[in-house]
Design a binder for this molecule. Structure first.
Ligand code: HEM
Length: 173
């Protein structure tokens, strides 16, 4: 746990997402949180590029390539450890392997040159019986980790939109 971790953001996020729940909001919006505004950041401003008619940068680039994704995943693990809603589920998990596999997965999903070599989402989650509440908690933790890494909201939404497609496998549906 890094001392500077912005856990105070959690309350704000919960408030921001409280209306319908993150997952429902994501699905209703076709994979977008539809959240307005973003702080100044060091990443490409894909919203501005899009509004000028230019192609937005590949999601992988916008996330800071594999190095940026690995940092986000590391911060996600710090947030998960502090999150009493889901940290029990991760007890005994090989964190080094989980970090590598999740980084590769997010790298591949975002269009990067990585190959995810872990188990399928169905295989790795079926014995966990993941609930909607747990799924939303993890998505919220990922948002916190992306905010910590100054990923713009538009870019966050693009990644979340792709992850929502994994929902049925993770929930065992
Ligand atoms: C979009 C959501 C999610 C994604 C993309 C995701 C991704 C992954 C990946 C890539 C692995 C590694 C699989 C492997 O090593 O073969 C994994 C394992 C795991 N996931 Fe998830 N996951 C998600 C949601 C969740 C949720 C909501 C929970 C629980 C709150 C969870 C708990 C775990 C646990 C405990 C493992 C380790 C299982 C084991 O080693 O036996 N995941 N996940």
């Amino acid at each position: 746990m890094t001392p500077s971790h912005p856990l105070h953001v959690a309350g704000r996020l919960r408030h921001r997402l409280a209306a319908a729940g993150l997952l429902l909001a994501l699905m209703a919006a076709g994979g977008c949180q539809n959240l307005a505004g973003t702080a100044a950041n060091q990443y490409p401003a894909d919203v501005n590029a899009a509004s000028l008619g230019a192609e937005p940068p590949a999601l992988y680039d916008a996330l800071g390539e594999r190095t940026g994704i690995a940092r986000i995943v590391e911060d996600l693990l710090y947030v998960i450890v502090e999150d009493d809603r889901i940290n029990d589920t991760f007890k005994g998990v090989d964190i080094t392997q989980f970090h590598r596999n999740l980084t590769d997965q997010l790298c591949q999903i975002s269009g990067g040159p990585c190959t995810y070599t872990g188990r399928t989402m169905r295989e790795s989650h079926e014995s966990l019986h993941i609930t909607d509440t747990q799924f939303n908690a993890l998505a919220e933790d990922l948002i916190l980790a992306m905010e910590k890494n100054n990923v713009p909201v538009a870019t966050q939404n693009r990644l979340l939109g792709r992850l929502v497609r994994l929902y049925p496998q993770i929930r065992g549906q």
